[in-house]
Design a protein around this ligand. Structure first.
Ligand code: G3H
Ligand code: 13P
Ligand code: NA
Ligand code: ZN
Length: 328
């Protein structure tokens, strides 16, 4: 059944686990997530970006998610809009049946320029007002995702802020979080702790100076009834990078957020963990491998089956590591 993010994460908070929120764009990704969730009996958060909706088309995306609900009637599913740039985008998603929306007011309408705090409060409070009136949950964001190593908002595929950010902008302040939650009423709050979107997060295995997991406990203490969200939480598996490179891909040396660091974050109060890149890497690696090993293959279902299986493996591992397995 479709449920709201608030319902799902209240249960997660009560039982001390985290829920991966996977980005979806197509049939095979939705199937992979649902198959893994069914196997380990995990609740599910399916999230769609603006890019996903322009890729699949709003009606296709909605009906594929409804097909997932119909096929897996016992698994609670949240349909969440990732990184809404304006209240109008959130309004449109609510009309289209989403049970949760993210109003990312940390950036201006262009989804590139860091906004003022007052702007963020204003647009987020507005979305909470109309979303809550119809039982839809709201995620806000305070602070900007960016690299504490380079000061770069650094997004190679154009998601998030552009250019240089100050150290302060890239770390959510607990006292400001308290004020933000009081003034907006958000159900969930995305925080900045040094992660960024995409495959190029860290140039080395991250340590506490560039990945501020230790800051989460203080933010959680300041906003105990608001569910914390970690964006940019792909782990960038070295084994998938190796397969991509082995079969002709060109991905530079790079490191993601180690699963054990996310698990520490969950122990400190993180409840929603956003993952897109890991599924992209696994699907791409699996498709490259299949097509390289079977050069005569021209049935697109074959690489897509391999990709779906690879994505399913990522999902199952995250459900198990984050403790959502067995909670459906
Ligand atoms: O927030 C970023 C997600 O990875 C979505 O990326 O805009 O390419 O769909 P996208
Ligand atoms: P990754 O790029 O680390 O997978 O993060 C995805 C995300 O935060 C979507 O909102
Ligand atoms: Na989101
Ligand atoms: Zn994000």
């Amino acid at each position: 059944a479709l449920v709201s993010l608030r319902q799902l994460l209240d249960h997660a908070a009560e039982h001390d686990y985290g829920v991966p929120a996977f980005n979806v764009n197509n049939l095979e990704q939705i199937q992979a997530i649902m198959e893994a969730a069914d196997e380990v009996q995990s609740p599910v958060i399916l999230q769609a970006s603006a890019g996903a909706r322009s890729y699949a088309g709003e009606a296709f995306l909605r009906h594929m998610v409804l097909a997932a609900v119909e096929s897996y009637p016992d698994i609670p599913i949240v349909l969440h809009q990732d990184h809404g740039a304006t209240p109008a985008v959130c309004q449109q998603s609510i009309r289209s049946g989403f049970t949760s929306v993210m109003m990312d007011g940390s950036l201006r309408e262009d989804a590139k320029t860091p906004s003022s705090y007052d702007y963020n409060v204003d647009v987020t409070a507005k979305v909470c007002e109309f979303a809550h009136a119809v039982g839809v949950s709201v995620e806000g964001e305070l602070g900007c995702l960016g690299s504490l190593e380079t000061g770069e908002a650094g997004e190679e595929d154009g998601v998030g802020a552009e250019g240089k950010l100050t150290h302060d902008m890239m770390l959510t302040d607990p006292e400001q979080a308290r004020d933000f939650v009081a003034r907006t009423g958000v159900d969930a709050l995305a925080i900045a702790i040094g992660t960024s979107h995409g495959a190029y997060k860290f140039t080395r295995q991250p340590t506490g100076d560039i990945l501020a997991i230790d800051r989460i406990a203080a933010i959680h203490a300041a906003v105990p009834n608001t569910h914390l969200v970690m964006h940019g939480s792909s782990s960038v598996p070295q084994e998938w990078l190796a397969i991509i490179r082995q079969y002709g891909g060109d991905i530079k040396e790079t490191y993601g957020v180690p699963v054990e660091e996310i698990v520490r974050g969950i122990r400190s109060g993180v409840r929603k963990v956003n993952i897109d890149t890991d599924i992209r890497l696994a699907m791409t690696g699996a498709m490259r491998q299949l097509l390289a090993e079977k050069p005569g293959e021209f049935d697109p279902r074959k690489p897509l089956i391999a990709a779906r299986k690879a994505a399913r493996g990522i999902c199952k591992a995250r459900f198990e590591a984050f403790g959502s397995a067995g909670q459906a």
